[in-house]
Design a protein around this ligand. Structure first.
Ligand SMILES: [Zn+2]
Ligand SMILES: [Zn+2]
Length: 253
């Protein structure tokens, strides 16, 4: 049994520990198997439980969650200097308490830990503060959904002759930033063989999420189409090595 940092307790071993998919990006949680229970008279048993993806507790920033939004306010431009709290010193609220109100106004605040959600490494061990590289003007990056609105068919958005990466993400998903940063670097380095299509799910209940991620245990969720314009594979979680492998294989199609 393991306790999620926000108090959820995993009471049984998820089924999908047993099942393996062809390309493995496995996180360790699945919303349906997470239940909140009290442990004896001793209060909560606290074990830190890390995952390589954003699992399915209530979407942060919604009334059901004491957690705020992961805004971009903790990402700084240029060279990033991390303080002893392992966040960019410029925006660390422990060093700069005058910034607290600003973060709270943006709903970027983790109540349980008293730091901005976008700096809470307890809730988001995958947080990265690397600024995204600047993309060239002709970078093939487009948003198909910015606010969780439905995209009925991915096939029509696949770009023939390129590997198309459909990225289902949410702003509160720290692991999603890893995939984003990785693909941005690939494109910024001049790789023209990749088309990147981004879709913001916003929350687990959005029309976009209902269509594509009801059976997906964690974000980011990535769908990859080969050069032939056909769907090749799907991945979830932030396993960058598996992503590279899948892209390389999709290039040969
Ligand atoms: Zn600090
Ligand atoms: Zn927190």
């Amino acid at each position: 049994m393991v306790t999620w940092p926000d108090g959820h307790v995993l009471t049984e071993v998820p089924k999908f520990f047993a099942a393996r998919e062809p390309i493995g990006m496995h996180a360790l949680t699945r919303g349906r198997e997470i239940r909140t229970i009290m442990i004896g008279g001793f209060g909560w048993l606290i074990l830190v439980f890390f995952t390589a993806g954003c699992g399915k507790p209530p979407s942060p920033g919604t009334p059901a969650s004491p957690h705020g939004k992961l805004s971009e306010m903790s990402r700084v431009e240029g060279e990033v200097v991390l303080c002893e709290h392992k966040v960019p010193e410029k925006v660390c609220t422990k060093h700069h308490p005058e910034l607290v109100a600003q973060f709270q106004r943006a709903h970027d605040w983790c109540q349980p830990h008293g730091v901005p959600e976008s700096q809470c490494l307890q809730c988001h061990p995958d947080l990265t503060f690397d600024p995204l590289p600047k993309l060239p003007q002709d970078a093939d990056v487009q948003w198909l959904s910015r606010a969780g609105e439905d995209v009925p068919n991915l096939d029509v958005h696949a770009v023939k002759g390129k590997v198309t990466i459909f990225d289902f993400y949410a702003e509160w998903c720290a692991a999603c930033r890893k995939v984003d940063g990785h693909v941005y670097k690939m494109i910024a380095s001049g790789d023209k063989s990749v088309a990147y299509r981004k879709m913001n799910l916003v929350e687990w209940e959005s029309p976009l999420a209902e269509r594509y991620v009801t059976d997906v245990p964690s974000l980011p969720f990535v769908v990859i189409y080969g050069r032939d314009g056909k769907r090749y594979t799907t991945l979830h979680g932030a396993d960058l090595a598996a992503l590279d492998k899948a892209i390389a294989e999709a290039r040969r199609r």
